[in-house]
Design a protein around this ligand. Structure first.
Ligand code: KDO
Length: 335
């Protein structure tokens, strides 16, 4: 071969190798299973950090197989729109609430009712036992999303902008209490005796600061992570909802995976939930002192009065009419 021809051949080979090198990562990324996560959680919250645990768990169990993209602060999808996005195949993963589910699976509204789930241990027992299995099956059938694990969001308390003597639901009369924007959430706010006002989570801090709302309800770890304590003066320990969210995946995405991948994704979702649950429970127990140090008043109302009133409101509502016969009794009997 003439030397000039040899040089040209070598150059061509070298550039082909370089081109392949440049394209390879993109090609590899394309072959990876894309798992887009969307959540309204703020970065400093355990149920935001749990997604990093999910991602790292998968990187260990299935190196190079998944491309997990975490989107916090509702930047990818608005709070409450995630289930539709997942059913349409525009989103793979999110943490969805009982309130999101109740829109399409009406019997699930039993878990949106105040004072039904007793405590975090009861919550885990209910959802990891036969009741959870039956209802999750219906969720998968009707919503095209599959719940993978149960995440303890915390026990919801009322958090007010100004100090108020709150002992019974009537003491909340006229209080503009922010709730997330769906009729199931608003019903809970009204059942507590307040005037429920819909607002997305991301707008609550400003709403409290400017006074467009008088208060909001959330578990203590969320009040800390979203810094609501900076713009409020009181926490009323109503403990009205032992709240849970569910790590859920688009069934389309799940069905497209190999059985081994499905098993790894489920294990990662369970590891993420455990990480959240342990840290959240621990923190929840320490936060009353923290809020007092921040100058907030933490008061205890007549919780029995709240329980009776909220339970009666739900029992007399249309929601209770669609609860399967005996379900409440089975939940109550779960130890
Ligand atoms: C909220 O908007 O108050 C809420 O606590 C509702 C939950 O279902 C969940 O969406 C949560 O916000 C977000 O994950 C932010 O913490």
């Amino acid at each position: 071969m003439k030397s000039s021809l040899l040089r040209r051949t070598l150059l061509a080979t070298a550039s082909a190798v370089m081109l392949m090198g440049a394209l390879l990562p993109a090609a590899q990324a394309q072959n990876k299973v894309l798992l887009r996560v969307s959540t309204p959680a703020v970065p400093d919250d355990w149920h935001a950090k749990m997604w990093t645990v999910f991602k790292e768990n998968l990187e260990k169990s299935a190196p190079g197989e998944f491309d997990v993209q975490i989107n916090l602060n509702a930047t990818l999808f608005k709070q409450g729109t995630e289930p539709t996005a997942m059913a349409r195949g525009n989103l793979e993963l999110s943490s969805i609430s009982a309130f999101d589910i109740a829109k399409l699976v009406p019997e699930f509204s039993i878990f949106t009712a105040g004072y039904v789930i007793r405590d975090p241990a009861h919550q885990q027992k209910v959802f990891s036992g036969p009741i959870g299995a039956e209802l999750f099956k219906t969720v998968a059938e009707k919503m095209e999303v599959t719940p993978l694990s149960t995440v303890y969001l915390g026990t919801r308390q009322i958090n007010l902008r100004d100090v108020r003597n709150v002992k019974v639901p009537a003491d909340l009369k006229g209080v503009k209490l922010r709730m997330p924007g769906s009729k199931e959430w608003l019903f809970l706010g009204e059942a507590l005796g307040a005037t429920a006002t819909p607002l997305a989570f991301g707008e609550v801090y400003l709403g409290l600061k400017t006074g467009t709302i008088d208060g909001q309800d959330n578990p203590l770890p969320s009040v800390r992570a979203a810094k609501f304590y900076e713009v409020t003066k009181q926490i009323v320990m109503t403990s009205h909802l032992v709240d849970g969210i569910f790590i859920a995946i688009s069934s389309k995405a799940l069905n497209a995976m190999t059985p081994a991948q499905r098993q790894k994704v489920t294990a990662a979702a369970q590891a993420a939930a455990s990480y959240n649950n342990e840290n959240r429970l621990k923190e929840e127990g320490q936060l009353v002192d923290f809020f007092k140090q921040q100058g907030l008043q933490v008061t205890t109302p007549d919780v029995d009065a709240f329980r009776k009133s909220v339970q009666t409101t739900y029992q007399n509502s249309d929601y209770a009419k669609v609860w399967p016969k005996g379900l409440l009794e089975r939940i109550n009997a779960t130890q």
